[in-house]
Design a protein around this ligand. Structure first.
Ligand code: HEM
Length: 426
C-alpha cells in the first residue's frame, strides 16, 4: 500500500482520530499502560478477521461441527494456522484484558471522570469471557462439551432462577445440538456486535477524560505530537504481537480431543481454565456460595470501588503510596499461601458434612467453610491495616489483592494440581 493512497490516508485518519493531536510526554512511556488496552483492541481485531474466515468452512451442527474443524485443520491450506491464530488470540485476550484491568486498578485510574469507564470495562471483561466461553463449545469435542456442561450446571445453583437460566442458556436440560447453534450465534453475531459498541464508548470516554490518568506533579511537563511519537510506538508493539502470535500458532496447535460423547465424560472433566477457580471453589463450599453468593459479592464490590467515599485520592499514582505497595505485596503473599493451605486442609482434613451431619447442609458445607476461610483473612487484614495505619483506599487495594490472588491460586490448583477424579496430585 502506497503511503499516500486514499486507503492509507483513511487508515491514518482513523488511527489519529482515536488520539488527541498532542499528548503529555509522560503518557507515552511504555510502563504507564504497558500498551495493554491497545493490545486488547488489536487482539479483538485479529479475532474478528480470523473468525470471519473460519466461518466459511465451520458448520454449526452437532453432526458436522467436529468434522468441519478436521477439514479446517487438515485439508484447507493454512487452515490449521488460521484456527491456531484464532484460538491463541482468544486465550491471550482473556489474559490481556485482565492485566489491563489490573493495571487500571493499581495505577489508580478508575476514579472521578473515569468511574463510568471502569463500569464499561467490567462489562467488556464479562463480554470477553462470554465470547471465549461460547467459542469454546464450537469444536464439539470431549473437552468443549464437558467444560460447557460443568459451567452450565453451575448456573443452575443460582436461587430461584438458576434452573430456568441454565435451561435457557442450553436451550434444554443438557448441552445439545440447539446449545451449539445458540452459542454459535452469540459467538459470531451478538457478542462481537455489543463489544464493538462498548469498545467505541470505552475509547471515547478515555479521550473525554483527557487521555490516560497521570499523577499530579509540581514539575513542568511538556506535550509531544501523537504522530509520530505515540503512533510509531503503537506500531512496534502491534507488529511484535502479530509476529509472536504467528510464530506461536505455527508451532503450537489449539487442543482438539475426540468428538463429543454426551454419554461418556472424560476423567477429570474440567471447566475452561479461566473458570477453574469456580470449579475449585465448588469442591470446598456449597454451590449456592460458589456459584452465586461469592461471585455476586465480588462483582458488586469491584463495581462499587470508585464510588466509595475516600478522604484523598491520587489518580495515576501506582499503588497510591508506599504503604499501598507494602499492603499489596503482604496481602498477595498471604492470600496465596493461605488459600493453598486451606485447599489442602479442606481436601485432606475437613469433613464438615460428617462432623456436622445433624445440621442443614447449607450450614455445614456453606457457612462454616466460608467463615473458616474468611475469619483468618479478616484477622490478617485487620492487623496489617492497623499496623500500617492504612487509609480507606489502601485497605481497598489490599482487599482487591486478596480477591485476585485467591482466585488465581484456585485457578492454578484446579488447572495443574488436579488429576483423575479431581484428586490433588503434586
Ligand atoms: C476488550 C477489552 C478492552 C479494551 C479493548 C480496552 C481498551 C482500552 C484502551 C485502548 C485504553 C487506553 C489506555 C490503555 O491502553 O490502557 C483503556 C483505558 C481504560 N480502560 Fe480499558 N479496555 C478493555 C477492557 C477494560 C477492562 C476489563 C477494564 C476494567 C474493568 C477497563 C477499564 C479502563 C479504564 C478505567 C481506562 C482509563 C484508564 C486511564 O485513564 O488510565 N478496560 N482501555
Amino acid at each position: 500500500m502506497r503511503g499516500n493512497s486514499p486507503t492509507s490516508k483513511a487508515i491514518k485518519k482513523f488511527i489519529l482520530h482515536l488520539h488527541p493531536h498532542k499528548i503529555d510526554r509522560r503518557a507515552i512511556v511504555f510502563t504507564r499502560t504497558f500498551g495493554l488496552g491497545g493490545i486488547a483492541a488489536l487482539l479483538f481485531f485479529i479475532l474478528f478477521i480470523t473468525g470471519m474466515m473460519l466461518r466459511f468452512v465451520y458448520v454449526p451442527s452437532a453432526g458436522q461441527a467436529y468434522d468441519s474443524i478436521l477439514v479446517i485443520k487438515n485439508e484447507i491450506i493454512f487452515g490449521n494456522l488460521l484456527r491456531n491464530l484464532h484460538y491463541w488470540s482468544a486465550m491471550l485476550l482473556v489474559i490481556v484484558a485482565f492485566l489491563h484491568l489490573v493495571r487500571v486498578f493499581y495505577s489508580q485510574s478508575l476514579f472521578y471522570e473515569r468511574r463510568k469507564n471502569w463500569i464499561y470495562g467490567l462489562l467488556l471483561m464479562f463480554l470477553v469471557v462470554s465470547s471465549n466461553f461460547t467459542g469454546y463449545l464450537l469444536p464439539w469435542d470431549q473437552l468443549s462439551y464437558w467444560a460447557v456442561t460443568i459451567m452450565t450446571n453451575l448456573l443452575s445453583y443460582i436461587p430461584l432462577v438458576g434452573n430456568g437460566l441454565a435451561d435457557m442458556v442450553r436451550d434444554g436440560t443438557t448441552v445439545n445440538e440447539r446449545t451449539l447453534l445458540r452459542f454459535y450465534h452469540f459467538h459470531t453475531g451478538l457478542l462481537p456486535l455489543i463489544m464493538v459498541i462498548l469498545m467505541t464508548i470505552h475509547f471515547w470516554l478515555v479521550r473525554k477524560a483527557g487521555g490516560v490518568a497521570l499523577p499530579e506533579t509540581d514539575e513542568k511537563t511538556s506535550k509531544v505530537a501523537v504522530h509520530p511519537h505515540l503512533i510509531y510506538k503503537e506500531a512496534v508493539v502491534a507488529l511484535c504481537l502479530i509476529l509472536a502470535l504467528l510464530l506461536f500458532s505455527m508451532f503450537v496447535d489449539a487442543p482438539l480431543m475426540d468428538k463429543a460423547k454426551p454419554a461418556v465424560s472424560p476423567n477429570p472433566s474440567k471447566a475452561p481454565w479461566y473458570f477453574m477457580g469456580f470449579q475449585e471453589l465448588l469442591m470446598h463450599v456449597h454451590p449456592l456460595f460458589s456459584s452465586f453468593l461469592i461471585p455476586l459479592s465480588v462483582i458488586s464490590f469491584l463495581a462499587a470501588i470508585p464510588f466509595f467515599n475516600y478522604s484523598h485520592l491520587k489518580p495515576g499514582r501506582w499503588f497510591y503510596s508506599k504503604n499501598g505497595k507494602t499492603i499489596t505485596i503482604a496481602s498477595g503473599i498471604f492470600a496465596f499461601a493461605y488459600t493453598f493451605l486451606f485447599i489442602i486442609l479442606s481436601d485432606k482434613v475437613f469433613d464438615f458434612n460428617h462432623w456436622f451431619a445433624a445440621w442443614p447442609i447449607i450450614n455445614s458445607t456453606g457457612i462454616i467453610p466460608t467463615l473458616l476461610y474468611w475469619g483468618p483473612v479478616f484477622g490478617f487484614m485487620y492487623f496489617l491495616n492497623k499496623k500500617l495505619k492504612a487509609l480507606r483506599i489502601e485497605k481497598v487495594i489490599g482487599w482487591v489483592t486478596v480477591i485476585f490472588m485467591a482466585y488465581i491460586t484456585m485457578m492454578l490448583i484446579g488447572s495443574f494440581l488436579r488429576g483423575e477424579g479431581m484428586q490433588l496430585i503434586f
